[in-house]
Design a protein around this ligand. Sequence first.
Ligand SMILES: *Cc1c(COP(=O)(O)O)cnc(C)c1O
Length: 390
Amino acid sequence: MEDWYTRGENAFLKAYGRYDVVLEKGEGVYLYDTNGRRYLDFYAGIGVNSLGYGYPAYQEAMQKQLNTLMHVSNYFYTPVAIEAAEAVKKATQLEAVFFCNSGAEATEGALKLARKYYYLKHGQANSEIISFHHSFHGRSTGSVKLTGNPAYQKAFGPLIDGVNYATLNDIESVKALINERTAAIIVEPVQGEGGVYPCDPTFMKELRTICDEHDICLILDEVQCGMGRTGTIMTYFQYGIKPDIVCLAKGIGCGVPVGAFVANEKFAKAMQPGDHGSTYGGNPLACMAVKTVFDIIEKDHLLEHVQEISQYLIECLDKVVEEFDCVLERRGLGLMQGLVLNTEAKPVVKGLLDDGVIVVTAGTNVIRMLPPFIITKEHVNAFITLLKKI
Ligand SMILES: *Cc1c(COP(=O)(O)O)cnc(C)c1O
């Protein structure tokens, strides 16, 4: 495995701090390194692999599509892309879908659509966007500006203009930024990278009201928390509101790179041919993944399973919080959970990795758990045992 690691270090741009574990294959909820060592996966490729590894119905559908058609471009419809878009419409209860290839592209696209609506209304391209501190919306020069983390921005300017940051769950901080140029508010119902911070229900409702009153586009970034991870297909259904645009990626393809932004009728109408595009976006292979993921979530009752198993995980984590002084708090919804430590989370995550469990950090002092939906009580128990040990 050391050999592989050294070759990797010599071949890649050093954009990531990587662990010295080289992964080769996956099966169910387990990953295996090149030495054949097994790891219990409680991060699912950062919330992507909701079905774990080698889910039979998924493998079968993808293999079939690989042998049928992979790409045609967006000059043409394909039946599988239409089926995928219909599934996304049904799940989001919104009107029109644009497929892209990643979360960053989804938030970029949503931003462009909100700006286009504003442009049609005002005749000027001078809109402002409200985002939040600790948010994460991607790494392209537009989406990184939406991301409320100066460390990710400062070397790469000048970035896009007109983005201001409010404080999550502080509605006054939002109101203070609103003016006649405000085109959109973008928020994650549960902030992921920033530290697993769920929006308060009242805060989310107030955002919706403010956006309605001022004709502002409410963009929900469900790239990480959507697609069933929190126990409902979209997290916003738990808040009793609907966004104007929702951004999706990660779990929508369960391994195939694909993203989407989905708009309601009012905002969808602002987009015209030529306004936006993507060569790969929504190609038949990616769309087969999307369609199949929705099919499986429904047929195999995975939302019900997520609700049940996450309840068990939450109970176990709450006991850990009670038992250990170094664990300050648990935060999260469904299978998107964070444990807040009184110390840096990185060494703990590394210790768990050495013991054969994969989790990730969020912020500096939060252990973030994003397990595949297919975990069982036995997996949770095994995880908690190792967590307590570390
Ligand atoms: C991961 C993530 C993104 C960016 O997705 P990429 O596919 O890495 O571009 C955007 N928003 C949220 C909430 C995310 O978690």
